[in-house]
Design a protein around this ligand. Structure first.
Ligand code: DAH
Length: 339
């Protein structure tokens, strides 16, 4: 019996020493210590042992069991440690490598130009307001002295929600909304998106941005309009900038004009930027039509005012010398990164 136990022990320990994985250890444990294991079989044979020999035999069995269990435990520990070491080696992180930088965006050139424009007007005491992009036909046309059959309505064809509601073609309706609600003095700029059913090309887009301006007070004259817009042009394009007003027609202003600035690239001599003329057109403007004042609830006998409309993209393109408006909308990082 003692011999048998010694053989079992030797065999078991040799197998444990050779084992390389937890699975093998488990198999060995079952083979010797399990319910049908070799050692368990020996224990079952105890009943054939003479009663006086039983304590001794019991002791041998127990010490054999203990030896196997101890070696099993240490083998498990060794294998677990080796596995951990291997994992740590495989998963090393080189903390000296440069970190991945998060990609941080920045403001769009249109936004940069708008912020500068707003800064200029806020400096002159203007408030920045906004109006809805989905607008009533009444505010977009009627109240601006553009009745149903006016040809201006054809030029500004847009997207209709129904026959009373449309996507605004200009920011001018914000003038009316402000006048209806506010008692003069009024001094506002209203930036925002406008829509027209135009095809996309280098200078057109079905959706673009305008900035509307409106001033209403007592004794406002064309001289105020000129002084204000000349100041705006100098701050926006440089102190040496000159302005020129050409007569024009807008239904909601009388008289109306378009304003040109002297070319800030060539100083007025004529270059590619100004197409050789020395001047660049940047906005439409005029004295608010008495009919428009009256329709908005302001007495034209008591108050007068001027208004202007600036195409924001035009300012952006000029400021950053970009030759194609489409670049502003394509969201190509290689382009946008430059600003
Ligand atoms: N709303 C005009 C347009 O889209 C621009 C404009 C011209 C606005 C003259 C004005 C203005 O306020 O006085 O063509």
């Amino acid at each position: 019996m003692q011999e048998k136990l010694a053989r079992i022990k030797e065999e078991a320990l040799a197998k444990l020493n050779a084992a390389g994985t937890m699975d093998t250890l488990n198999e060995i444990r079952l083979a010797y210590l399990g319910k049908k294991g070799e050692l368990t079989e020996v224990l079952k044979g105890m009943r054939d042992v003479a009663p006086e020999d039983r304590p001794k035999v019991g002791e041998w069995v127990n010490s054999t069991r203990k030896a196997i269990e101890e070696r099993l435990a240490s083998a498990q520990k060794e294998i677990a440690e080796k596995a951990l070491e291997a994992r740590l080696k495989a998963e090393t992180v080189d903390v000296t490598l440069p970190a991945k930088l998060p990609e941080i965006g920045h403001r769009h050139p249109n936004t940069l130009a708008l912020e500068e424009l707003e800064r200029v007007f806020i400096g002159m005491g203007y408030e920045v307001v906004e109006g809805p992009e989905v607008e009533y036909d009444y505010y977009n046309f009627e109240a601006l002295n553009i009745p149903a059959n006016h040809p201006a309505k054809d030029e500004q064809d847009t997207f209709y929600v129904n026959d009373k509601i449309l996507l605004r073609t200009q920011t001018s309706p914000v003038q009316v909304r402000v006048m209806e609600k506010t008692k003069p003095p009024i001094r506002i700029v209203a930036p925002g998106r406008v829509f027209r059913s135009d095809d996309v090309d280098a200078t057109h887009s079905p959706c673009f941005n305008q900035v509307e301006g409106l001033v209403i007070d007592k004794n406002i004259t064309f001289a105020d309009l000129k002084g204000t817009l000349a100041q705006f042009a100098r701050e926006m394009f440089g102190q040496e900038t000159k302005v020129k007003f050409r007569p024009h027609h807008f239904p909601f202003t009388e008289p109306s004009a378009e304003m040109d600035v002297s070319c800030f690239k060539c100083g007025g001599k004529g270059c590619r930027m100004c197409k050789g003329s020395g001047w660049i057109e940047i906005l439409g403007c005029g004295m608010v039509h008495p009919k428009v004042l009256k329709m908005s609830g302001i007495d034209p006998e008591e108050y007068s005012g001027f208004a202007f409309g600036i195409g924001l993209e035009r300012i952006t393109l000029l400021k950053y010398e970009i030759d194609d408006m489409r670049l502003l909308y394509e969201n190509d990082e290689r382009f946008l990164k430059q600003f």
